[in-house]
Design a binder for this molecule. Sequence first.
Ligand SMILES: [Zn+2]
Length: 300
Amino acid sequence: MKTLNIGDISVNKILDGVERFPAVNAFPEINTELFEQHKDWMHSFYDFNSQMLILSMHSYLIQTPSLNILIDTCIGNDKNRVGQGPIYKSNQGILSHWNNRSSNYLENLEAYELTLEDIDIVMCTHMHADHVGWNTRLVDDRWVPTFPNAKYLFSPLELDSLQKDSRNPFDQYLRLVYEDSVLPIIQSGQAEMIDESTDLGKDINLIKSPGHSPGHYCIELNSKKVNAMLTGDILHNPIQVTCPSMSTMFCDNPDQSNQTRIKLVDELTDSNTIVLAAHFADTSAGVIESTNNSRMFKLI
Ligand SMILES: [Zn+2]
């Protein structure tokens, strides 16, 4: 993705990696014919040979005149993700790639001439394993905050949910996520609880968007009449703009997730709002446009 300028705000994508995941596992209700019907614009997001979704794992670096803000911290390096229990087993295909991995994420960030000390705010749209990983890094066998001067903004609902799940004796996978990527931030005193009124600076708004997870937030940028929406995991693949009532197996509350997605996709369609999705591949940025009898995601 080239640098996007949203009025006074610039946005860049920091890549942690690209994953593939079987479409029929991600979307239990899907008929893969749906991808064929949208073949002309779907190539960047779906491998027609293997019937796999192509999922990008990246942060968005938002730079305002006074702040460097990182949205979502992806998977991270060196994490133990060999869990046990139902969540791990049902996602094993993808989670096994996340174990003890090594990506160039920090180099990709530093390419923007930023040091780790320069990040002022870290915000995770939600607290799943692929959105909190680079909150921390391993230094001398200890998990330490990757960004030593940053405030880390956490949704209390989201934190509460992860803490409860991490105590589930039948599924140690979420305990690992909590202990290596969230607890060290609380212990360092860098965690701050947020709500919709939290001020991330002029022209940046938090939008409650529950369903994929209980305390999920989207982030709206609106500067000098240019709009963008960071949609987090409300959308995993652009096929959902054609069929917004289709949740993934990763959604905590599929019905609520559908309601949130249907409303958001309706609002974004033909609005000229730039959509910055958490997992769309290629440039990841685009707009949702109506077509003769459906909708499409058009990369920019
Ligand atoms: Zn995700």
